[in-house]
Design a protein around this ligand. Sequence first.
Ligand code: FAD
Length: 288
Amino acid sequence: MKISEILKNNRVTVSFEVFPPKQWDKIENTKALVREMSTANPSFMSVTYGAAGTQSGFTTEIANEIKNSGITPLSHLTCLTSTRDKIHEVVGELKANGIENILALRGDIPEGFVFPDKQYFEHAYQLVNEIKELGDFCVGGACYPEIHPESKNRVEDIDFLKYKVDCGAEFLTSQMFFDNDKFLNFYEMCRIKGINVPVIAGIMPITNAKQIMRSIELSNCSVPKKFYRIMERFGDDAKSMKQAGIIYATEQIIDLMANGVNNIHIYTMNKPDVANAIMSGLSDIING
Ligand code: FAD
């Protein structure tokens, strides 16, 4: 099923993100995690591409497992360090496997990366265009409530985002954030600028304080005092931190929904217990 269909009619949706393993011998473990998460019946499940050193080929394998578990898959694809032939190969593979949804991303600039004289893809909008040429895919893009770290300012960032949508991105998934006001202001700005596609709020449950500080630093997102206090109080106690992280994420989602945001994406960090606990905390809200 196309994600554009799932996001229609202002229905409440809650989706999950997983990442593939770095090594082939861990693929069965990741597939088992996918199966476990699918029991919570997320609206769709996305699988990252090449992030944190993962092999690109594993993405399709995991997307297939999501599909076989009865959940709509969304396959991420990055373009900056790919040739046009490689992009065609991966998109062909997705098509052959009946995967209809692709999140078109530029990918981070690797340290020391020197742009070649002839760079085929510099930005995600070019990948959106390319995928649209290659088949009948539903294509999404990424967005940044607190501005992409490379952007000069918010206006420029949103203008480029609008262009990506005009090229054919049918929905946007946001970078994680912990302060809902940041997302709600961004959401309003998108609407003012004429970005009318669904903007899915990306929520990262913080269940391991140390591990997550690095992601927070990289993502440029601000951390409310309340959140720091939780990490200070519970950060050294794994069980308490996990419980507090699940509750913080659940409350964040409820507040977003109360403010009219219907589409939520959970960065599960491949933790079915966390993802499924959030879903059960929202069960009546989702099904109501
Ligand atoms: P772009 O849309 O190209 O934007 C990147 C920068 O370029 C921004 O500053 C933007 O304002 C600017 N820009 C855009 N268009 C133009 C233009 N025409 N001219 C000049 N400047 C322009 N990374 C992975 O490696 N694998 C993943 O699976 C992955 N999944 C992600 C999922 C989500 C939801 C998010 C939010 C990020 C993900 N990332 C992933 C990280 C992502 O690749 C990086 O954040 C990357 O730096 C930007 O990607 P983008 O697609 O937003 O790029």
